[in-house]
Design a protein around this ligand. Structure first.
Ligand code: ATP
Ligand code: MG
Length: 561
């Protein structure tokens, strides 16, 4: 437990510490239980880091369990994608990978035991009748006319349900608890339904499927989970969770100590939506380019965007877990990515909005190398040569004819340093017939090269980056920004789609330093003065990488607010 003590404590750690101190459990076992009906999103990352992180810190284990009890929406494609995403986040689970559907036979046998013990019955009311007799928050429910069916009759009907004798909806199996309970979840909840549907794992073996509220506690108990962590909306289900497991333990179906459910606040993040339903809408209606669109808050989207697993883990650690809902600002997540990328991404030069700079007094055929550090704070990462020649690409915004106050970059008569290169003095510009600037002119000072003894005698305020035109790698670069333009998309009665940020993806042709042509897919860089970029893992080809902007160097959103 030494490791866990170095972490910031939280109410879940306190519970675990107390349980271990009281000897309730010998070791900690958690689980991450996704339903394979979609791609994982940033909210899942919180749950993953929490469950796997606690298991790691306490020297326990965390299971990856696919909660695949609903045959209609689940697919192998999602199972594979979930495995990839959890691995990508850096977690491993060895042999501890399970499917809820592997327990269907046990769940069925346990249901038979509940029936025999008079704790479950087959209800043959219509769905409407069941809804009508359920009661309300202030009013008790009414007993079903089938509630007192004798166990033998229930058992026979339940087995015939399994055998496929009845159509969907003809009967359900309900736990027999208390129609007068103040907690609606305890008013004889349905635990099995008939569904003639093929399941991705069990095929057509079953035509009855357990309800989530029945299946989940059994899954936890069969896997000897100690702490079953879920989001707050399941708090009302906890009494049912405990009732079922207590009864099943008394019937000898499951082992003690029983798992204990603890709820925590789900992640709510500004400027995105974290609901599968809304994500599906964005993908299906083609507002984004598929599930791995770098703007989507899916983990495969984040990976393409250049977000890092370490950044997510840092984020999870930073936001912690709490017992009440709160919103986390997107800038917190972006800040975690920036911090990690700042430490790990080599620096490179890119001109995103290029205009030519001609050094008129530099000989046309000549070229030489300048040296640029790979990381300003890490001299051990060394320097790389970048070619210099008479014609360079510079940023269009680094030249103006008439400078506003405080502008220190290029304008006629002004001197600036070409970063890692020479000091130049601007002499003017060329324009086309429409008055657009097509080239900027300057002269250089041959004794001013960075790193040489003469360099220090030049004092200039401006320092601009550049790429040799003859050597540049011309590449597609996607400038991604936040998908939504407002903090809470689709809230307050607005249409989600009206809140989309029209500038969330801008594709440009940029001029990059030649070394970037060799970048392998997923290599991450800081493009100096611009931000962090990644070679796209889908569209890059060897020798022809395409770059995605992960995040800008500074947070422009918080400032604008
Ligand atoms: P959604 O609400 O987006 O449809 P879900 O809860 O239905 O997601 P599951 O596959 O059931 O998705 O979730 C797997 C686990 O991830 C559950 O334990 C769930 O509580 C947790 N989880 C889902 N969304 C969040 C979130 N926003 N913050 C923290 N945990 C989450
Ligand atoms: Mg769910």
């Amino acid at each position: 437990m030494a490791d866990s003590e170095s972490k910031v404590s939280n109410f879940i750690r306190n519970i675990i510490d107390a349980d271990l101190a009281a000897g309730r459990f010998a070791s900690v076992r958690t689980r991450f239980p996704p339903e394979p009906n979609g791609y994982l999103h940033f909210g899942h990352a919180k749950s993953i880091c929490l469950n796997f992180g606690l298991a790691q810190d306490y020297g326990g284990a965390c299971n990856l369990r696919f909660d695949d009890t609903n045959p209609e929406k689940e697919e192998q494609e999602y199972v594979d994608a979930i495995i990839d995403a959890v691995h990508w986040l850096g977690w491993a689970w060895g042999e501890n990978q399970y499917f809820a559907s592997d327990y269907f036979q046990k769940m069925f046998e346990f249901a038979e035991k509940l029936i025999e013990a008079g704790l479950a019955y087959v209800d043959s009311q219509s769905a409407e009748a069941m809804r009508a007799t359920r009661g309300t928050l202030t009013e008790a429910g009414k007993n079903s006319p089938f509630r007192d069916r004798p166990p033998a009759e229930n058992l026979d009907l339940f087995r015939r349900m399994k055998a496929g004798e009845f159509p969907d909806g003809a009967h359900v199996l309900r736990a027999k608890i208390d129609m007068g309970s103040g907690n609606i979840n305890l008013r004889d909840p349905a635990i099995y339904r008939i569904r003639h549907a093929e399941h991705h794992n069990t095929g057509n073996t079953w035509c009855i499927y357990p309800m989530y509220a029945y299946a989940h506690p059994i899954e936890d108990a069969l896997e000897n989970i100690t702490h079953s962590l879920c989001t707050l909306e399941f708090a009302d289900q906890r009494p049912l969770y405990d009732w079922l497991l207590t009864k099943l333990a008394e019937l000898g179906c499951v082992n003690t100590p029983l798992p204990q459910q603890t709820e925590f606040a789900r992640l709510n993040l500004t400027y995105v939506v974290l609901s599968k339903r809304k994500l599906i809408q964005l993908v299906d209606e083609k507002h984004v380019d598929g599930w791995d669109d770098p703007r989507l808050p899916t983990l495969i989207g984040a990976r393409r965007r250049g977000f890092t697993p370490e950044g997510f883990r840092r984020f999870a650690e930073m936001i912690g877990v709490a017992k009440s809902d709160a919103w986390i600002d997107m800038s917190v997540l972006e800040g975690c990515m920036r911090d990690h990328l700042n430490e790990t991404a080599p620096r490179r030069i890119a001109v995103l909005d290029p205009v030519k700079l001609v050094i008129d007094n530099y000989p046309a055929g000549q070229e030489e190398e300048c040296l640029a550090p790979n990381h300003p704070q890490k001299p051990d990462w060394g320097k790389r040569p970048i070619p210099f020649s008479r014609e360079l690409w510079i940023e269009r915004e680094d030249f103006v004819e008439t400078p506003p106050k405080g502008y220190f970059r290029l304008f006629p008569g002004n001197k600036v340093r070409l970063r890692y290169g020479f000091v130049i003095e601007c002499t003017g510009c060329d324009k086309d017939a429409d008055g657009n600037i097509v080239a900027v002119h300057c002269n250089y000072f041959a004794d001013s090269k960075s790193g040489t003894s003469g360099a220090d005698s030049y004092k200039v305020k401006g320092n601009i980056h550049w790429v040799s035109a003859r050597h540049a790698y011309t590449a597609e670069v996607r400038l991604y920004d936040r998908l939504f333009a407002v903090e809470a998309p689709g809230m307050g009665g607005r249409d989600l789609l009206d809140d989309l940020n029209p500038n969330s993806k801008i594709v440009i042709t940029a001029q990059l330093e030649p070394a970037l042509q060799d970048a392998s897919a997923e290599a991450r860089f800081q493009f100096e003065r611009h931000g962090y970029f990644v070679a796209d893992r889908v569209d890059s080809r060897p020798g022809a990488p395409v770059f995605n902007r992960t995040v800008t160097l500074k947070d422009s959103w918080t400032k604008e607010k």
